[in-house]
Design a protein around this ligand. Structure first.
Ligand code: FE2
Length: 326
């Protein structure tokens, strides 16, 4: 079975093709970037409209397939930005109707976890999912992916992008902050904002704004990373201890940050447990994870009619029933 997956929750349009063995046949994406300032949802949605045709064509070409070879179409049904999700859903429905291929809408956050498990060879990890809009600590319990800790305001990726915007680094700011942080050495005290298992970033954001006048960008970026990643790893470790878990998965766009990966690695090595850092090509938003999620849900008997494919911008991870074999 071969599935074509469409990811369109935010600034990335991803087209992925994967087979039921988990072999990635193509992973094409277009991400809207800017020199300065942030991303407007309507601009991202317009970019999706402009790029979907060429991305689908090049994904099919790379995998040496035509639409006739595709057995399933899957797409991100939520959560995400309404404008962006709607574009992906319309493309998926059109392909499904035009070529008479079954369609499945999947949860974007759950898809991040499942592709990470597959590629890192993990069975039942505590997952730290860190992306632009989402930052959650997820683990399976009683037939659902439960959220053991999460951000109370913005996702860590958006937080880093906002810091980048204060420094005129453009979008995305995260990778540029990582580079600057490598040159920083002085730790500047920042609020350590974790309460129980949940955390928030807007207080740190305001503090950074004040610090910009009197400190170097390098030291600020270094301090921001040390502080914020420690918060995330602390909450992850507590979930691991509570669940007596043997595995940790780091995924989402911010999983590409080497400092965060190193902190997760150190924590897991100290505890003597297994860890996986999702490969960069599929840790950020991508169509492959959506395609893989489509396959495992289809193979578990899920079927959807077109009328059931309405998007849900606030679909929570813990609202998804795990019907597939885990
Ligand atoms: Fe994501």
């Amino acid at each position: 079975m071969i599935c074509l997956g469409i990811e369109s929750t935010a600034h990335t349009l991803g087209i992925g093709i994967i087979n039921d063995k988990g072999e990635i046949l193509s992973n094409k994406k277009h991400t809207l970037e800017t020199e300065t300032g942030g991303i407007h949802p309507i601009k991202a949605a317009q970019a999706h409209e402009l790029f979907y045709d060429s991305l689908i064509r090049s994904a099919l070409k790379e995998s040496k397939l035509t639409m006739k070879d595709i057995d399933l179409i899957s797409f991100s049904q939520g959560p995400g930005l309404g404008q962006c999700l709607r574009r992906g859903a319309v493309i998926a429905r059109s392909l499904s109707l035009l070529y008479d291929i079954p369609i499945i809408g999947v949860n974007h956050c759950v898809a991040h976890v499942e592709i990470g498990k597959k590629l890192c060879n993990l069975k039942n990890p505590v997952t730290l999912y860190t992306s632009g809009a989402n930052t959650q600590i997820i683990a399976q319990s009683n037939g659902k992916y439960r959220i053991f800790g999460e951000t109370m305001d913005i996702g860590v990726g958006n937080f880093l992008d906002n810091i980048g915007r204060y420094m005129n680094l453009g979008f995305p700011g995260g990778p540029k902050i990582e580079k600057l942080a490598e040159k920083g050495s002085k730790y500047i005290e920042l609020p350590y904002t974790i309460k129980g298992m949940d955390f928030n970033f807007s207080g740190i954001q305001n503090k950074v704004r004040q610090l910009l006048e009197k400190n170097s960008k390098e030291d600020i970026c270094y301090s921001v990373q040390e502080n914020v990643f420690a918060i995330l790893v602390e909450a992850t470790e507590r979930a691991v201890a509570h669940l007596n878990s043997e595995e940790v998965l780091l995924t989402g766009g911010v999983a590409a940050n080497k400092r965060l990966a190193k902190m997760i690695e150190d924590m897991c090595k100290q505890r003597g447990i297994k860890y996986g850092i999702c490969p960069r090509s599929v840790s950020g938003d991508n169509g492959v994870m959506i395609a893989w999620q489509g396959i495992i849900e289809y193979n578990s008997g899920k079927r959807q009619k077109i009328i059931e494919t309405e998007i849900d911008g606030s679909w929570r991870t813990d609202d998804v029933n795990i019907i597939w074999n885990n």
